[in-house]
Design a protein around this ligand. Structure first.
Ligand SMILES: [Zn+2]
Length: 254
């Protein structure tokens, strides 16, 4: 399996990252893309990928951190892509759910990174919460050749339709295991084309196991199993197809 989004730079992993990564490997997670959310995070993610094989990282500014973003940061972001382990631009987007940064700051931060995307030619790792319309209005001003994913998709069928029309990949987390909060998402699962579905944990958040608070990449299997149940497919087929899709999305080889 490929965990396409794990926040392994979180302080909640600082004491036992070795164990977390060996456990995830034992649980069948062959590759992980570490999500970064600002430039400090990028440095830490890069360090982790230097120590562990088959780990990669994203480079970008999360909308929560948009208040710290400056246009001068774009050249630092671009410079990181000399590293073959830096495999996507993001995570970036809009999050009007908690508004840790103002809407104006978020839009500037998002658009600035999208302006850069043309010259980077790496896939785009996108985040959207409670900002569907504004998010699409911005993206529709651009025409990209690279792949794009809406990671941690938690929306409804109408939103899914909007993304599929634009040929986006869809990332599914343990949100799908939550019968109540994930109700609408669960209805969407069988409508995602097989070649567009990717899986992720978003560790340490969104644990698929009620009694375990800290999520880890080793629980990715729960996400695959739940999707399999909803699509009436085998767990193995979801594991295989999502892995292949991830390689395609990131333009990686085995
Ligand atoms: Zn996100």
């Amino acid at each position: 399996m490929f965990d396409i989004g794990a926040n392994l730079t979180s302080s909640r992993f600082s004491d036992d990252l070795d164990g977390v990564l060996s456990d995830s490997l034992a649980a069948g997670v062959e590759k992980i893309c570490i999500t970064s959310s600002n430039l400090e995070d990028v440095k830490n993610a890069k360090k982790i990928t230097e120590r562990y094989e088959n780990t990669y990282y994203s480079v970008g500014f999360h909308p929560h951190n948009a208040k710290d973003f400056k246009v001068e940061h774009l050249k630092d972001i671009a410079a990181h892509f000399n590293d073959p382990k830096a495999i996507c631009l993001g995570e970036m987007g809009l999050d009007f759910n908690r508004n840790f940064s103002s809407k104006e700051e978020q839009i500037l931060c998002f658009e600035s990174q999208l302006d850069l995307a043309d010259s980077i030619i790496k896939p785009l790792f996108l985040h959207q919460r409670d900002a569907h319309r504004e998010f699409l209005d911005i993206l529709d001003n651009y025409k990209f050749n690279q792949n794009q994913i809406v990671h941690c998709f938690t929306g409804n069928l109408f939103e899914l339709e909007d993304y599929l029309k634009r040929d986006f990949y869809i990332g599914i987390t343990g949100w799908v295991c939550d019968l109540k909060r994930g109700k609408e998402l669960r209805e969407c699962i069988k409508h995602i084309p097989e070649d567009k579905l990717l899986i992720e944990t978003d560790s340490p958040y969104l644990s698929p196991r009620k009694k375990i608070r800290r999520n880890e990449p080793k629980f990715l299997i729960d996400v695959a199993a739940e999707i399999a149940l909803l699509r009436k497919e085998t767990k193995e087929s979801i594991m295989n197809s999502s892995f292949e899709n991830s390689l395609n999305f990131f333009n990686l080889h085995r």
